[in-house]
Ligand binder design. Sequence first.
Ligand SMILES: Nc1ncnc2c1ncn2[C@@H]1O[C@H](COP(=O)(O)OP(=O)(O)OP(=O)(O)O)[C@@H](O)[C@H]1O
Ligand SMILES: [Mg+2]
Length: 473
Amino acid sequence: MTTPLVLIVDDESSLLEFLALLFEGEGYRVETAESMHGAREKIARGRAFDLVMCDVHMPDGSGLDLLREIKDSQPQASVIMMTAYTSTKSAIEAMRLGAYDYVSKPFDVEELKILVQKALEKTRLVEENVYLRRELEQKYTFSNIIGKSRPMQEVFALVERVARTSSTVLVEGESGTGKELIARAIHFASPRAKHKFLSINCGAMPENLLESELFGHERGAFTGALKEKKGLFHEAHRGTLFLDEIGEMTPPMQVKLLRVLQQKVVRKVGSNEEEAVDVRIIAATNRDLSEMIAAGTFREDLYYRIQVIPIRLPPLRDRREDVPLLADYFVRKYAQDMGTPPKRISPAAMAILERYRWPGNVRELENLVERALALTASDVIEPLDLPGYLRETQPTLGEEARLPPQGLDLEEYLDTLRAEMMRQALERCGGVQTRAAELLRMSFRSFRYYAKKAGVVGASNEAETDLELEAPA
Ligand SMILES: Nc1ncnc2c1ncn2[C@@H]1O[C@H](COP(=O)(O)OP(=O)(O)OP(=O)(O)O)[C@@H](O)[C@H]1O
Ligand SMILES: [Mg+2]
């Protein structure tokens, strides 16, 4: 919680003014309202109050109604009710409705201050819990990072091992390969999981802003620094700080970061004091840092500090066997989000997905599946439900498509190639010929013809074939 924000609601303007001064003096930000109406307006503006102090008897309604509304719209806020005289009935009602406490006027100022401190402390705990729960709900367990390909299995094993340490990790990979996902997985599998995981994009802001975001600043450190501010290194104490796009950091910031990593102390902008911090750093980049070092734009000493453990995420096109898994996973995930039953991706559509180059990697696949789910009316996603540019990609010819020195019998070669493709298609479709034909964009009739000719389909498949012929296409 940054500086606490307090709302005081009372129709007695002199008391309102007094309380505002009192709590501003305590270092809180204070807003006031003289009527229920005024209070509702402030709340409706959507600012999250940490504490609301409210008179029970207001000229335009009961403070208890306001309490009820606040519990609905701002559940994080602690509420203290104030009454002009001891009314046991409204006090009990206030507590029942979830007020933190109530006080009767006139009140003892010192007691009130302590009560307010305690109420704010409770808000802070609630907020922390909400934060932790929200992060945990996202369950960055390995089961939510999909990948059966060898390179991804190796990444998982590495993640598990580094999670136990506090070493600095550098995650490298093209855009959309899952760098942030991996960073979170490391944090949540580590002993630091009960503390915070915070992230910042080093390329998204000017240098001086980045510096004060990372290290904090003293009040008056520069024009506009009206209050003292904690930096992310402080906030992430005992947790993990994810420095995204580290390659975008300017050389002077690189020097400052290097100092923090070497000495494990940070100094706020405008301060002379150093404070020890215990923060695990995970950095990520989609640039080639070694190239940047050669070009003199990234410090070599910083590079060696951050890449104590390097994790390279391969582009999706180098692990195509993960495509069907990921696609199925996203279909289920988005169907659940949209509250609709999951759809099937037809083998032909899946084949297109497997063949595509995925310049935007997993993120592109995820977006595409989400879009296809929303746009497909039937319960099967077919090639036509995919964007045109995917369908246009032609298969590339491999090494085997070389004309041997002695030449070859082209027809025979094409027959072999066709038979091999049909065999693979059948295998992928669990022997169901209609699907295999679909996968190869062949009519069922010609599929059967060539299958017989090449002996691809055994006798056992004949019965199934006949049944399928009768089924509607
Ligand atoms: N292996 C995976 N399993 C499941 N989801 C994944 C996987 N990899 C990436 N994603 C999803 O793809 C999206 C992009 O991942 P993420 O943001 O981690 O990528 P990034 O490498 O940080 O990309 P950028 O460099 O563009 O910031 C996210 O929605 C993430 O959940
Ligand atoms: Mg990212």
